[in-house]
Design a binder for this molecule. Structure first.
Ligand SMILES: NC(=O)c1ccc[n+]([C@@H]2O[C@H](COP(=O)([O-])OP(=O)(O)OC[C@H]3O[C@@H](n4cnc5c(N)ncnc54)[C@H](OP(=O)(O)O)[C@@H]3O)[C@@H](O)[C@H]2O)c1
Length: 282
């Protein structure tokens, strides 16, 4: 039995579908079974990663866990939650993030710091583990969906920022390959898409996928920051996002071939992800 957390989300949802397709017994951890829509064949168990005591029934009889962590939101409970999980499960495949450091120098209030915390707890638990460290998700471009639907124009910052975005299906496929195979204990896999695209090129690819013209409108970092603050973003997080994009202009993200090595199929190009999600932008 494999327990999948984040089962109603992008990567966990794909993991549930693909594990069922591989003939594996799957249990999906959800906070609200009444509203969770899951594929037929998945067992559903209620539980909250921020409340370790709520996990016992979900963990009963579980051999492995595909762990998607609600970054920062459940960190206060991480020591007790990881202890419960690894007391029951023999193996954990953890959805971490590229850039997570192996040395404890990351800000505990940052996303990468949250992943470093959870990775450390899993490493010290004695369970068999594998860390998936994907770079940026192609699905992050859904933040432009409303603008594209309404105007076809994406107003954002650092159009030349270059990323190797990855399809959520490929992350899940890598996880399924680890969970159904052998020889992955102690591996930290950096997963990316197959190519690099600037943000301007990403917007063009979305336009081609939906059959409508799309256009990039460059904002200055100052205006972009003001807009994020007006939307209620915490100041440190807003600055962090804009600075990270500035860095990707001068230091474009690189690609790895790990998805293909793990799954036997090349990683999915961004234009294919955009076609898969065209309706979200129409
Ligand atoms: N976006 C990126 O570029 C990127 C890159 C690298 C790594 N990551 C990592 O990927 C992970 C997110 O994956 P995703 O995008 O597939 O998720 P997602 O689509 O945002 O969905 C989040 C999932 O987490 C569940 N969840 C939230 N709080 C929970 C709790 N307290 N207990 C149990 N489940 C909870 C939600 O379930 P319900 O709300 O239905 O209960 C939902 O299924 C994060 O850890 C993030 O840091 C993201």
């Amino acid at each position: 039995m494999i327990l999948v957390t984040g089962a109603t989300g992008k990567v966990g949802g794909q993991a549930v579908t693909q594990l069922l397709g591989a003939g594996t017994a799957v249990r999906a951890l959800v906070r609200d079974p009444a509203s969770a829509r899951l594929p037929e064949g998945a067992e559903v168990a209620r539980g909250d990663l921020a409340d370790p005591g709520s996990l016992d029934a979900a963990l009963d009889g579980v051999d492995s866990v595909f762990l998607v962590w609600p970054t920062l939101a459940a960190d206060h409970a991480a020591p007790a939650t990881i202890e419960r999980i690894t007391k029951q499960a023999r193996r954990v495949v953890y959805l971490s993030a590229r850039g997570t450091s192996d040395v404890p120098d990351q800000d505990p209030n940052s996303i990468l710091g949250s992943h470093a915390l959870v990775e450390g707890l899993i490493e010290r638990s004695g369970a068999e583990w594998t860390f998936l460290r994907p770079g940026g998700f192609a699905a992050n471009t859904l933040m432009w969906a409303a603008q594209i639907r309404q105007t076809g124009v994406v107003r954002w910052v650092h159009g030349a920022a270059t990323r190797s975005l990855i399809h959520e299906r490929d992350i899940a496929a890598a996880g399924v390959s680890v969970l159904t195979g052998t020889g992955h204990a102690g591996a930290k896999y950096v997963l990316t898409g197959p190519e690099t695209l600037t943000q301007v090129e990403q917007v063009t690819a979305i336009g081609e996928a939906i059959g409508r013209p799309t256009r990039w409108e460059e904002l200055t970092p100052e205006i972009a920051l003001r807009e994020l603050l007006d939307q209620g973003w915490p100041s440190a997080m807003a600055k962090g996002v804009i600075d990270a994009h500035a860095q990707m202009v001068t230091s474009p993200e690189t690609t790895t071939s790990v998805v293909e090595e793990l799954t036997g199929a090349p990683a999915t190009p961004f234009h294919r992800w955009a076609a898969d999600h065209a309706d979200d932008f129409r």
